[in-house]
Write a protein of this length. Sequence first.
Length: 274
Amino acid sequence: MRFRVLFETPKLPVIYRHRVVSLIKEALKRSDPELKADFYDRTTPKPFTFNISFPQNYRMVKEPVQIDSEFTPEKFPQLKEMPVFEFEEGAPLSLWISSSDYRFLISLFNGLISMEEFDFSGNEEMLVGGERLKWKFKRVFPIRNRPITKDEITVKTCSPILVEKKEETGKVPVTVESQEFPEAFTILTEKIFETLHGRAPKRPITLKPLKAKSKKIKHTFKGFRERTGLPIMTLTVNEGFFKLTGDPEDLNLLVMTGLGARTGEGFGMVEVVG
């Protein structure tokens, strides 16, 4: 199942995903603190994904972005001209959240409907052009997924898919241009299935690029900044159309939870198109 959250805000910096995670944490804190602690007191894959879709007629500008009191435009020149989406007044954005975990969905829904607005910017956090931003919520409503009954479907990305493999130097991205992509995705998916569902897929799940490409995007989160002393990371991700195959029960779980790594940070949301 998915939720759609309609909200208004005048602008949104390109590094926004970590603040959606903060919104999800706040909603769970209000409705189910035990579940929030279970999700975020340990580092494990999360059984959900999300994406933000924009209204028409937005424009891109460049403005200084202060991530927090330590990572400011004055200290880090790359933050002086960050890409920012700017929206017309009253034009709603849509936050889509998808999950296979019904306790999470119910708790998140109850938490979200108790909130009239969300402080995207904290006291010194995520200031855009020196301004504090708020999200004003208009409506929250559920959307049921059509059940997947076939063992082969076509999906398109709503948010890009991140596939990584482990090497001696750490995790490295695997892109659709690499011959290693299908195998790397299958191995990653098996590991995530074991963690989230306590079992392996009924049969190997494969993802074949149809019309897809890789790209680089900017991302940030507190742990990365504390560990590296850098404000922003660059991730190499994949987007486009793919053929997804596997057992229909497994495909339903996978599509609801998200494909690839870091789904709980806003990666891997797909839509079934065939």
